[in-house]
Design a protein around this ligand. Sequence first.
Ligand code: SDX
Length: 393
Amino acid sequence: TTGKVTVDPGFMNTASCESQITYIDGDEGILRYRGYPIEQLAEKSTFLEVAYLLINGELPSPTELDAFITRVNRHTLVHEDFRTFMGTFPRNAHPMAVMASAINALSTFYPESLDPFDDDTVELATVLLLAKTRTITSYLHRRAVGEPLLYPDYSRGYVDDFLRMTFAVPYMQYDTDPVVVDALDKLLILHADHEQNCSTSTVRMVGSSHANLYASVAAGINALSGPLHGGANEAVLRMLTDIQKSGDDVDTFMTRVKNKEQGVRLMGFGHRVYKNYDPRAAIVKSKAHAVLQALGVEDEMLDMALRLEEIALNDDYFIERKLYPNVDFYTGLIYKAMGFSPSMFTPLFALGRMPGWIAQWREMMKDPQTKIGRPRQVYTGATARDYVPVENR
Ligand code: SDX
């Protein structure tokens, strides 16, 4: 009621940091950005407005929002040499490896935006990252399919122009489907921040050495690429494809999961914090139906995913372990219907998470209590012993 969350001291002993950005109640399945429930933001807000909220702590006024959108849009163009740099990677390179390299390389093209302690410089880096990550993400797809890198159109919205830059054929009119624009905008909102997850903790850890924002976020992108984290959305589609190819029915697959066969996990299920339904997964699941229907896409994998969920929600093995669908379980099916290849799913996660990483890095840099990240360890290695020359071994 006072607006302040009181925290059990015991919890504080395990918490990695204090933050005012995102609140999660894993048992209740609650997620709030700066106090606003994710369900309300997903329904009523837009990605750039949520980015402003996460970074600045308050919803913008109409004037503030308009100025922010205009400023981000004006920075979506990248240096011509940067486009050349993007073209030097092998076409079959995994987009996450290219994305991490590209984001890190931005610091070399925009050296005027590196000082982590100058407010105007940090504001510039914030806008450059939000703007150019959108352009870079579209280039990841264009490179992979061998199509020319398009230039941004400042007159179009953030998501609308991202889709045009990704899928348009040069010199041909490209009209986006408003259902797809809306669905992708909501998916980016749902991914925008999530407290101290693996990649955000990485961004904070790297930033705690006073590394610049690009270097810190590039490290976060690498952490996100792992299949237990952001790479899970691509792993879900791989799992569904393997089930389809194997000819197994989903019941047989679930038996293999419960038998813990080597490497067989129900990807897109489980969470370090949510021991209830991930509130984002519920919203994504509802969007999946709407997008596939609007695109006239019949995908038996959606039926397969729904069946897997139905089995898991009624099977003691999953119930006892509190395994529920997480944000990654249904997102890949939507991205696939939009025309993205599976290797583009995690870069889309990174595009969404960008404002959260920026907000968390800025909060940490502003905190006078911040010390360089230096976890201690419990040493379990050899006790003290004397060196033995190689001739005596
Ligand atoms: C994200 O932290 C965040 O906020 C992350 C994220 C964000 O927005 O940043 O929400 C995004 O990363 C979501 C998670 C995406 N990952 C996946 O979907 C990969 C599949 N999930 C799992 O690997 C796993 O659930 C984790 C890594 C997500 C969480 O693992 P935990 O909580 O550490 O669970 P655990 O490994 O300790 O397992 C507990 C039990 C084990 O069985 P027992 O040894 O007790 O018999 O649950 C089992 C595990 O074998 N288990 C699973 C399972 N996840 C856990 N069994 C089958 N399938 C799974 N997915």
